[in-house]
Design a protein around this ligand. Structure first.
Ligand code: ATP
Ligand code: MG
Length: 398
């Protein structure tokens, strides 16, 4: 497969041919230096958005107010952003206005961390005014310029820094750490949706323990919604093998379980999670409260393989090690052998039962179908019409 940067180079060349400057910037350059898989390719250019749109045939004006145009070439999409700086900041949030600037250096200056403030030319040369390359090789996260000022401009950067600690397994510089500590309360100005995105990335990174430790040590955790009073519980998480968990749902179920919130659903709603996510988390949480589950066909059929595996991962994180037999392989084998996975796989329908019984429909019908379903799941009844008919006629006699 062609290198993702090789594929993107014609974009830079086209901009340059048209008399503009253009560079790869931000996360993609950082991740290339780290040999990590590249998420999206970001390009910075001296061309103004309308100039970018006139050069490329297929564009989408996704973020014109930030100077960003999405360019689609050869089936790939690229975010192309005009060199810019951020002028006045209000409310410790995003800038109220962006100003386009002439040079890449000025653009790099407004970026959050040195590792994210490196530009790369189409010839793979690095423009690195803040020594980001060295910080990357040292595994160090530090702000571009004065950390305190940078967090006062945009408080989300504090959480971004901590989430990068988890994702990259980096250290945070002393100055950056202190600046978070002294500006922690500013995080309250940030929309919960944006906080949530960072927290989720933090959970799924390679060193969530290190990051949660920073949340506690900087006391940022005391300014995140609903978690204020629970930093002691978070200390307990540090002693657990939490990085064995694989999903955001598992993390939240564990946190809610440890903190023992009275109204867990309210917390998840405060955090503005999707209905689907809330449902999944609450399901796991309720399973945890259900005490030691014994897995059999019926239980696995009802709960489903994925949640069973998540539940067992949570049990081992909680130190309930007497459940070793219930590993992923065991559960997968048991699941693979289930006779059916959904009710519609039953070989009979309600109509069959009505015909065979010559009775009128009613609540009894649903009841008996449920019984048949679990007889089949538990392998006490074969899922074929003859066997089910015989069982049913027998049942009618009772
Ligand atoms: P990810 O792997 O999560 O995409 P990223 O570094 O690419 O990480 P993005 O949110 O995609 O993060 O942002 C792209 C670049 O924009 C960053 O690398 C950084 O240079 C700059 N940037 C993003 N958010 C901020 C911010 N809040 N303050 C300053 N610069 C930022
Ligand atoms: Mg990115």
């Amino acid at each position: 497969m062609m290198d993702i940067f090789e594929k993107a180079k014609p974009i830079l060349e086209k901009l340059i041919k048209n008399g503009f400057e253009a560079y790869f910037v931000g996360g993609c350059v950082r991740d290339k230096l780290l040999n990590r898989s590249i998420g999206d390719i970001d390009i910075a250019t001296s061309a103004l958005p309308n100039e970018v749109m006139s050069i490329f045939p297929k564009t989408v004006p996704t973020g014109l107010q930030h100077g960003t145009v999405l360019v689609i070439e050869n089936g790939e999409s690229y975010e192309i952003t005009t060199f810019r700086t951020e002028s006045t900041y209000h409310d410790y949030r995003r800038p109220s206005e962006v100003l386009f600037v002439k040079s890449i250096e000025e653009d790099l200056k407004r970026r959050d961390f040195t590792m994210n403030a490196i530009a790369m030319t189409w010839k793979n040369e690095m423009l690195d005014p803040f020594n980001g390359v060295k910080d990357i090789s040292d595994g160090l996260i530090q702000c571009v310029g004065e950390a305190k000022e940078r967090f006062q401009e945009d408080a989300l950067r504090m959480l971004r820094g901590i989430r990068f600690v988890s994702q990259l397994d980096f250290q945070m510089s002393k100055e950056t750490f202190q600046a978070i500590k002294s500006n922690k309360q500013l995080i309250e100005k940030i929309a919960i949706e944006r906080i949530n995105i960072e927290i989720e990335k933090m959970f799924l990174g390679q060193s969530p323990i290190k990051a949660i430790e920073l949340l506690i040590q900087t006391e940022l955790i005391n300014h995140l919604p609903d978690l204020q009073k629970h930093s002691a519980r978070f200390n307990e998480l540090l002693e657990m093998p939490i990085n064995t968990m694989k999903t955001v749902e598992e993390y939240w179920a564990l946190i809610l379980f440890k903190c023992n919130f009275e109204e867990p659903e309210t917390i998840l709603r405060n955090w503005k999670m999707s209905n689907d996510r809330i449902k999944q988390i609450l399901k796991l949480l309720n399973l945890l409260y259900e005490n030691k589950i014994i897995w059999n066909n019926a239980k696995l059929y009802t709960i489903g393989l994925e949640d069973a595996i998540k539940y067992e991962r949570l049990q081992s994180v909680l130190g309930h090690t007497n459940r070793k037999d219930y590993n992923e392989e065991y559960l997968s084998d048991l699941y693979a052998k289930l006779p059916i996975y959904v009710k519609s796989e039953l070989c009979i329908t309600g109509n069959d039962l009505l015909n065979w019984s010559q009775l009128k429909g009613g609540p009894w019908l649903k009841e008996v179908i449920n019984q048949i379903e679990f007889q089949v799941v538990e392998e006490r009844l074969e899922n074929n019409r003859l066997a089910v008919k015989e069982w049913f006629l027998n049942w009618l006699q009772k």
